[in-house]
Design a protein around this ligand. Sequence first.
Ligand code: ATP
Length: 302
Amino acid sequence: MIEAAGLTKHYGPTVAVDDLSFTVEAGRVTGFLGPNGAGKSTTMRMILGLDTPNKGQALIDGKRYSELKRPLGTVGALLDAKWVHPNRSARSHLRWLAKSNHISDKRVDEVLEMVGLTAVAKRNAGGFSLGMAQRLGIAGALLGDPKVLLFDEPVNGLDPEGIVWIRQFMHRLAADGRTVLVSSHLLSEMAQTAHELIVIGKGKLIAQTSTEQFIKDATEDNVRVRSPHAVKLRELLAGSATVTSDEVDGALVVHGLDPASIGDLAAANGIVLHELSPQRGSLEAAFMQLTKESVEYHAAES
Ligand SMILES: Nc1ncnc2c1ncn2[C@@H]1O[C@H](COP(=O)(O)OP(=O)(O)OP(=O)(O)O)[C@@H](O)[C@H]1O
């Protein structure tokens, strides 16, 4: 479990993280979301003891990072996949990390296997693709078999296969009972990966909620209906105070009634339907709306 309480970090006049409090539970993947510059990396660095907060604290299983007896055995992190000596092989990079933490070579081979790098373990990491480098970084994070894992933008620059692999891997780690915190600025990706979301903007907490609830709150469902008797159908729908309909591109867009009820109403009144399709609001649009005030750099309106 990770607990942040009142975390605050200033860099000169910039307030990177502003009185931020949240909890990250074990057994689930928690997405850490926010636009560029929102303070995600700074928060992760403070959790890992790489940056000192001006105020507040971050605890991992009840302790500050500096108080952990076996840091690598408690928390693993992937912050920068390219943080590896280019002329070292994947295996020797991990062995070097393992040695300084009293971890066996056997464990190095285990984590290489877990991330699917056994066949290329002797190749120089400098020649690795971004996807392979991300896998190597994840292997490093897993060396000490930690219960808590932090990944900073792990799917950045990956191809679709790499993204699916990381997503499934995170789910397995959470299913093992680990605490998994993953940062991203892409809501659509996180919506598929995370069970829980922590959303920040300009260093402040905007929301902490389950992904399911976030989607429910952020998107409005409606139903598109096409019918040669649209006028009559619209009159019938207007009979209910909770239902509204608009005409968009020659179709009716109905709010407040599910497709089955619309179909029943039409059938009961002998109305022919040519289309009856549920529509989902765009999650990405909802996220942009939510974080609009917090975006550091806006493109000029054209
Ligand atoms: N070492 C530093 N010195 C000065 N300012 C910094 C430093 N690190 C971060 N910042 C500033 O703090 C703010 C938060 O940055 P941070 O990298 O934590 O955001 P982020 O959410 O991880 O963004 P991104 O998605 O772009 O990586 C930004 O305004 C950034 O410019």
